[in-house]
Design a protein around this ligand. Structure first.
Ligand code: ATP
Ligand code: MG
Length: 659
C-alpha cells in the first residue's frame, strides 16, 4: 500500500501534491487549462482511499459530462480504486431519487423527459400566447435557465429586471408560460432535467430519513469543472453536504462557457470566502501543450476582463518545443473542410492515430461539412456532444440483436463469445472490416461495442466488491442501457468532431480549430460585452485542447459566392502568419474557387427547403418569423439532444431504460 501511495505521489508536482494530500475538509484548486486539475482530484480520491481514510463507496465525484465520469472511473480503476460514485450532477441525483424518492411520488417517479419543447408549447397555448416552434425553443431555454438559476415564475419578472437580462418575449408573458409549463408537466406526470436536481435537493432538505441515508452513504465530495456550476447544482451540493465540509472543488474561471444554462464562476471564486479554512492551491505549470500553444492561449485570455481575469495566473508550458501554431484562410467553408480532411488523412498516414485528432467548431451546424469531407477521404469520424453514438442505426440494430440473443441465451455462452455470436445476426464480423468510408465507420461503431463488452468483463473481474460469476449478455445489455441514458458512448477509433462546448476537459495531439470568422466566433448573437467575453473563453478552451499541433482556419465566405467575412476579432490583432492582418479581399479576386454549387438551404425554423431567394437570404421561410434565434437553437442542440431526434420522434423521448 505504501508503495502504491508513493507511486501515486511521484507523478505529481509539489502544488498538485499539496492538493492531493491536504487534510479532509474544504479544498479548492484554482488553475488554468492543462495544469492537471482533473489529475489532481482523481489522485486525491485515490490517495485518501488507499490510505484507508475513506472507502471508495463513500465518495461522490461530480464531473461535467458522462464521458468525463467514465474516464474518471477508468483512471481510478487504473490507480487501484473501485466503487467511487463518479457521475454528473444529473445522474447522481437521478439515482438517489429513484432509490429514496419513489415513495414521495406515490410509488411511481414522474417519467423523465429529455425535450421540454412540447410542454412549453402546451404552456404557451394555455397562457394565450401565439408562438412558433422557434419561439418555443427560446422559451424552453429561458425556462431552463430560470429553473437552474433558482428563479421561479413568481420572481421571474423582477429577477430579470434586476439582472438587466433580455427576455425572449415580454417578461410577464414568459412568467405566465413558465407557470403554465410547470402545471403542464405536473398534469402529464413528467419531470425535466432541472426537476431531477430540485426534487433530490428537496428530498434531502425535507425528509430526514433520506438525508440521513444519503449523507451516511456519501461523505467526501469532489467537483471537477466547478467554474460551470449552476445555482441549482450548488443547492444540491449544499444539501448533500449538510453541515459537513469535506469537499474538493477544481476549476478555471477562464473556462466558464455555459453561462446560458445559468452556470456561473461565482461559486468557484467565492469558495474560500464561504470556507475560510479551505486549502487553496494554485497550479501554473501546463503539462498538456507545447510552449507554442500555451503562448497563444496566454495571449488570447490575457486580453479578457472581468473578475476572473484579476485572479488568473499565466500558464507556463512544461513540454518541449513543438511545431508553430499554423493559420490558414480558405475561399469558403467547403474548401476549408476539404483541405482539413486532407490534412487529417495525411496526419494519419504519418502515423498519428485518428483518435488523437480533433476538428473543433463553434456550432454543431458546422459539423456536417467535416463529416462529409472526412468520409470522402475514407477517414472515420466520431461526433461527440450529442447522443449520436447510441442513435446510429447499426448500433441500434446491434443492441436489439444482443437483447434478443440475451432472451434466448440469460448465460449459456460466456460474454466474450455471446457478443460476437449475437452480432453475427446483423452481419457484423470481427475479421471483415471494410476498408473505408461510411461502412468502415459503422463497423468501427459496432467494434466499439465488442471492445466495451471485453472491458466490462475485465472491470468486473478486477473489482474486489463484485465477486460471483462473470456478467452475462443480459448484464451487458443493462450496462448498455445505462450508458445510453447517460450518453456515455464508448471510444470509437476516429477523428473527433466536436463543438467547443463539448470539447471541454478533453485533449488531442492535433487540433484543428475551424470557422474562426467574425460572426461565427464570436457569434453574431453575442451582442453584449459579457457575451463577447464568454466567446473569448470558448476560443481559449479550444486552443488549450491541443497537445502538439494546432491549426487555426476560416473560410472567407460561408457558401460559394457568399458574402466575405473577416477573421475573428480575437485573432486579428495577433498578426499570426497565414492570417491576413486586415482581411480585405484582394482586388479582382473571385469570391470563391469552390467547385460545388450552392446547396439547397433549409428553413432554420420548420426545416422545409427554401425556394424563394429572399427567404434563402434570411435563412427561414415567410411562415417562420424572424424571431428564430439560431444561437439558442444551436446551444439547445448541443446541450440537450440533437434536433434531428426531436424532429424524428413525436415530441419527446422518455427514458425507461435507466437503472
Ligand atoms: P482542463 O482545464 O482542460 O480540464 P486540467 O487542469 O484538468 O485541464 P488535466 O487534464 O488533469 O488538466 O491534465 C492535462 C494533461 O497533463 C494530462 O494529459 C495529464 O495527464 C498531464 N499531467 C497533469 N499533471 C501532470 C504531471 N505532474 N506530470 C506529467 N503530466 C501531467
Ligand atoms: Mg480537467
Amino acid at each position: 500500500r505504501d508503495e502504491a501511495i508513493h507511486l501515486l505521489l511521484s507523478g505529481l508536482d509539489p502544488e498538485q501534491r499539496e492538493a492531493v494530500t491536504a487534510d479532509p475538509g474544504p479544498v479548492c484548486v484554482l488553475a488554468g487549462a492543462g495544469t492537471g486539475k482533473t489529475r489532481a482530484v482523481t489522485h486525491r480520491i485515490a490517495y485518501r482511499v488507499l490510505r484507508g481514510d475513506i472507502r471508495g463507496q463513500h465518495v461522490t465525484a461530480v464531473t461535467f459530462t458522462a464521458r468525463a465520469a467514465g474516464e474518471m472511473r477508468d483512471r481510478l480503476r487504473g490507480l487501484g480504486v473501485a466503487g467511487v460514485n463518479a457521475r454528473t450532477f444529473h445522474s447522481a441525483a437521478l439515482r438517489q431519487l429513484r432509490y429514496f424518492g419513489t415513495k414521495r411520488f406515490g410509488g411511481q417517479l414522474p417519467e423523465l423527459v429529455d425535450s421540454t419543447l412540447k410542454f412549453t408549447a402546451i404552456a404557451a397555448a394555455r397562457a394565450g400566447l401565439q408562438t412558433s416552434r422557434a419561439k418555443n425553443f427560446d422559451l424552453t431555454t429561458e425556462i431552463e435557465w430560470a429553473a437552474s438559476s433558482l428563479i421561479g415564475p413568481d420572481d421571474y419578472v423582477s429577477a430579470i429586471a434586476a439582472l438587466g437580462r433580455d427576455a425572449p418575449a415580454a417578461p410577464e408573458d414568459v412568467a405566465k408560460v413558465y407557470a403554465a409549463y410547470i402545471e403542464a408537466k405536473r398534469r402529464a406526470g413528467v419531470m425535466d432535467f432541472a426537476d431531477v436536481l430540485a426534487y433530490t435537493a428537496d428530498l434531502i432538505t425535507d425528509v430526514d430519513a433520506a438525508a440521513d441515508q444519503i449523507r451516511n452513504q456519501y461523505r467526501f465530495f469532489v467537483v471537477d469543472e466547478y467554474q460551470d456550476v449552476t445555482p441549482l447544482q450548488q443547492r444540491l451540493l449544499d444539501a448533500w453536504l449538510g453541515d459537513r465540509d469535506d469537499v474538493t472543488v477544481v476549476g478555471d474561471a477562464s473556462q466558464t462557457i455555459y453561462s446560458f444554462t445559468g452556470a456561473t464562476s461565482k461559486y468557484l471564486l467565492d469558495f474560500t470566502r464561504k470556507h475560510p479554512d479551505a486549502a487553496l492551491v494554485r497550479l501554473v505549470r501546463d503539462y498538456r501543450s507545447t510552449p507554442q500553444v500555451v503562448g497563444l492561449a496566454n495571449q488570447i485570455i490575457g486580453e479578457s476582463k472581468g473578475r476572473e481575469a484579476k485572479m488568473r495566473l499565466e500558464l507556463i508550458g512544461q513540454r518541449p518545443d513543438g511545431p508553430a501554431v499554423t493559420a490558414e484562410v480558405f475561399a469558403d467553408e467547403a474548401e476549408e473542410a476539404d483541405m482539413i480532411a486532407r490534412r487529417c488523412r495525411q496526419l494519419i498516414a504519418d502515423g498519428i492515430s485518428a483518435s488523437e485528432i480533433a476538428v473543433l467548431y463553434r456550432t454543431n451546424a458546422q459539423s456536417q461539412a467535416y463529416e462529409e469531407a472526412l468520409a470522402s477521404y475514407g477517414v472515420p469520424t466520431v461526433v461527440t456532444g450529442a447522443a449520436r453514438f447510441f442513435d446510429r442505426p447499426e448500433v441500434r440494430q446491434a443492441v436489439i440483436a444482443m437483447r434478443s440473443a440475451a432472451k434466448t441465451d440469460i448465460g449459456e455462452l460466456p460474454l466474450a463469445e455471446a457478443v460476437p455470436t449475437a452480432l453475427d445476426a446483423v452481419g457484423w464480423r470481427a475479421d471483415a472490416a471494410p476498408s473505408g468510408g461510411a461502412q468502415r465507420e459503422a463497423w468501427e461503431a459496432v467494434a466499439a461495442l465488442v471492445a466495451l463488452a471485453e472491458q466490462f468483463l475485465e472491470h468486473h473481474r478486477a473489482d474486489p466488491d463484485k465477486d460471483g460469476p462473470d456478467p452475462d449478455l443480459d448484464a451487458f445489455c443493462a450496462e448498455l442501457g445505462r450508458r445510453a441514458a447517460e450518453q456515455h458512448a464508448p471510444a470509437v477509433e476516429g477523428v473527433t468532431l466536436a463543438s467547443l462546448h463539448a470539447a471541454k476537459g478533453l485533449e488531442w495531439d492535433a487540433v484543428f480549430l475551424v470557422g474562426l470568422a467574425d460572426g461565427t466566433l464570436p457569434t453574431t448573437f453575442a451582442r453584449t460585452e459579457t457575451a463577447l467575453e464568454e466567446e473569448r473563453r470558448l476560443l481559449y478552451v479550444g486552443i488549450t485542447r491541443a497537445r502538439e499541433k494546432l491549426q487555426l482556419s476560416y473560410g472567407l465566405a460561408r457558401n460559394s459566392g457568399g458574402r466575405e467575412r473577416r477573421l475573428s476579432r480575437f485573432l486579428a490583432p495577433l498578426g499570426l502568419g497565414g492570417f491576413p492582418k486586415t482581411p480585405e479581399p484582394a482586388p479582382g479576386k473571385p469570391r470563391s474557387s469552390s467547385k460545388k454549387t450552392a446547396k439547397i438551404l433549409d428553413c432554420s425554423g420548420c426545416g422545409k427547403p427554401l425556394t424563394d431567394a429572399r427567404d434563402r437570404k434570411l435563412g427561414h421561410c415567410a411562415d417562420c418569423p424572424a424571431t428564430m434565434d439560431e444561437e439558442l437553437f444551436e446551444r439547445l442542440r448541443e446541450w440537450r439532444i440533437s434536433v434531428a431526434k426531436i424532429d424524428a420522434k413525436p415530441a419527446f423521448t422518455v427514458f425507461t431504460d435507466v437503472t
